[in-house]
Write a protein that binds this ligand. Sequence first.
Ligand SMILES: [Zn+2]
Length: 481
Amino acid sequence: MKDERDEAGFVKDIRKQSVDFPGWYQDVVRKAELADYSPVRGCMVMRPLGYGLWERIQRALDDLFKQTGVENWYFPALIPLSFLEKEQEHVEGFEPEFAMVTRGGGKELEEPLVLRPTSETMIASVLRNYIHSYRDLPVLTNQWNNVFRWELRTRLFLRTMEFLWQEGHTFHETAEEAEAQVLEKLECYRVIAEDWCAIPVFKGRKSETEKFAGAQYSMAIEGIMRDGKALQMGTSHFFGQNFSRAYDLTFTGRTNELQHPYSTSWGMSTRMVGSIVMAHGDDSGLQLPPRIAPIQLVIVPIFRSDAERAQIEAALAPVLRSLATIRVRADWRQERPGYKFNEWELKGVPLRLEIGPRDLAKGEASLVRRLDRVREPVKLGELERAVPAMLESIQTAMLTRALEFRKAHTVRLSSLEEMVRHFESSTGFVITPWCQDAACELTVKDRTTATTRVILDEPAQGSCAVCGRPATATVVWAKAY
Ligand SMILES: [Zn+2]
């Protein structure tokens, strides 16, 4: 095509992933129209493509939650400061991140209201009114909402002052039941990450240093991004009776004694959209896994006259009807085909259908995969079967590719020197035996900037890679977002 140089210029606007990963990320998020900065410092505007991804994740996750008996609630976004002060440990971990409302109706408020950074305190305070007896348990709540953290350094989707998430909070009669809940929701997150977003994750417990303030323990899923850094993609916390005790939440047990329920909380946020960008994108832009892509198939008709356009439209009508279950966009704009190809590649649409007069003469169209740009001619009558099958194979191929990438960026090491040497020249996951002493985490962080991500569910073997004492865990280290 004669316009090739101009068309190449379109993607030149994106910085190279291998040269400047953060710059590349920012260019892709903004130029693919996922999100943009807003008039409010640190807050973003999610554009339809970015919000569309979140919507797909939200629906899939909400379905999974409901299958486990969770019900959606809504609680106020404003929380009296005193609620947060009750749980001292909670406040210490959070106070610098609070945004507070101190005036309303033209007057100073008697008590400042905090824009929720998370809702544990509000929910525990409210549920006091509904939980009286063991018969009222368990209570499995979830809410889809926005939360606020006073972040100084922000990055679209990864860290913003306001973001969207779901926060689940559950209350149980026994510790066993609450702990099972923690694992069950972590598994929901793994399904979303791996089966929907095609991002393989390590699942496990957080160290004492890395756990959520106030939790007895925290669990998380961690994925690897194309720059070899880890991203925490979902967390699930076991609070024991900490919160119930702090908020005076009690119930009458089976033996007529007053007890505190055991509680959990778990969350996944719009950060997931950032993870999809960073786990699959390349120098041409986004690559969206078909299951969550807001547009799964883009049709680019190639025509020079109104007569040709009419012919293609007529041929496509039955095709479009046969693809009713697929999310399709037909691009009839008056632009060069090459320009459209680049734009839809930038936006990560997994499959493209090209059709022009020559294809039409043969009764076929070409399907092109965003994944590897493999082109395949398909008879028009075959598209009904070929498109869903190809989308399914792209989904599988994306997970396989991501798994191979993680495998190539994961090593098992057994000494601090090896770890230091490793992180000097590369990133990725490092798995070692560990004694679980925070001092060893500090040493590694000082020398490499890497932190523990999750403790794997596998037996500890040998001695701690850092201090040489007997290991009590097998842990994954990485430089992280
Ligand atoms: Zn150690």
